[in-house]
Design a protein around this ligand. Structure first.
Ligand code: CA
Ligand code: CA
Ligand code: CA
Length: 352
């Protein structure tokens, strides 16, 4: 006989048939069980399992009185295997977006929120908003928040939506589950309530964790992490956190923080300043094609939620002061793997 439970569930123990006499039970291993792991009762007992694992429950029933035909008491033993599963993987994640990061305050700007440009429903299900390189898996997609959550100001104000993935520990390119989540100004990634850690219902286990963004290159852990219903912290802003690939993020030396490479205006997996599929041309296109710019002026400033708004200030600017294309230029020139300072260098996302 085998029983399968999830963490927190209880199992009632009973002995029936005839007169059981003295009924005893014991569970091995004796940890993670409430109220106790052993006991005696005439007929029943109840256990709650608070820790995942495989347990053996042993019953012993002994005659209360010695039958005439016996010279001693008679005991009967039976065992049951109880498998307890942890259904959750909970993450305290941190990341910073280079395009929105202000090294003097240590915070990202929240202009999208302040200007009511942030969508209440996550954008990653809409190719019109993010391009075609995001595919939700394992129950992720269509997460939504509220205007009340977006009314929070200060360090925990919401900057934007991010795309979080759990990946297969033996094949890092295989995405197991995704969630769209909210990013606070100080780098905390939270659930749609604006405060809670991110919870995946794909179950406890070992996963690579990656965070991707609609106009920044994503980042992934260098190794798989053991996740469970007890929250695990993965802080991609800390230079000590090892990440997959080479120079997956930009180091801001003045604050000793790592930030995601910005400048991916077309939402694919590369940042390109010059040459085919360059992101500079994409920004210009979005300015000239904007419905508010019928004459296709290159100096027009479009105000909208768009991947071409690389600094996340709510405006797409192709030419002139505050233009978004300088973020593309800086990501190229500041990349440690571009020692020759080539403007033709291609910055590639280090997520398989
Ligand atoms: Ca915070
Ligand atoms: Ca690109
Ligand atoms: Ca902008």
């Amino acid at each position: 006989m085998a029983v399968s439970l999830t963490i927190g569930q209880s199992i009632a123990i009973s002995a029936s048939g005839g007169t059981p006499g003295v009924f005893g039970w014991a569970v091995s291993p004796a940890t993670g069980i409430s109220p106790v792991a052993t006991g005696t009762a005439t007929t029943t007992g109840s256990l709650t399992f608070v820790k995942a694992g495989i347990y053996t429950l042993t019953y012993v029933v002994t005659n209360a009185t010695i039958p005439l035909t016996c010279i001693g008491t008679v005991s009967v033993t039976a065992t049951t295997t109880i498998t307890v599963i942890d259904p959750l993987a909970v993450l305290n994640l941190r990341v910073l977006l280079g395009g929105a990061y202000n090294a003097s305050t240590g915070l990202m700007r929240d202009d999208l929120r302040q200007n009511n440009l942030l969508p209440l429903t996550e954008p990653y299900s809409l190719s019109t908003l993010v391009g075609t390189s995001f595919t939700h898996k394992g129950g992720g997609g269509n997460e939504s928040t509220t205007t009340s959550v977006l009314s929070t100001t200060g360090n925990n104000a919401i900057v934007d939506w991010v795309f979080v993935e759990l990946r297969n520990p033996t094949s890092a390119s295989v995405v197991v589950a995704t969630h769209a989540a909210l990013l606070q100004r100080d780098g905390d990634i939270v659930a749609t309530d604006g405060v809670s850690p991110l919870t995946f219902s794909s179950g406890a286990g070992s996963y690579y964790v990656s965070v991707r963004h609609r106009n920044h290159l994503g980042v992934m852990t260098a190794a798989a992490s053991a996740l469970s219903s007890t929250a695990v912290t993965v802080d991609f802003t800390n230079p000590a956190t090892t990440t997959y690939g080479s120079n997956a993020q930009q180091l801001i030396s003045s604050t000793n923080k790592r930030v995601l490479w910005g400048g991916n205006a077309d939402g694919n997996r590369t940042i390109i300043y010059q040459g085919s599929n360059n992101d500079v041309g994409w920004v210009l296109n979005q300015v000239q094609l904007d419905t508010g710019n019928p004459n296709a002026l290159i100096t027009y400033i479009a105000t909208k939620y768009s991947t071409s708004d690389l600094d996340l200030n709510g405006q797409i600017i192709s030419q002139g002061a505050g233009n978004d294309t300088q973020i593309i230029f800086l990501s190229e020139l500041l990349h440690p793997d571009n020692a020759a300072f080539s403007i033709a260098y291609i910055v590639s996302e280090q997520v398989p």
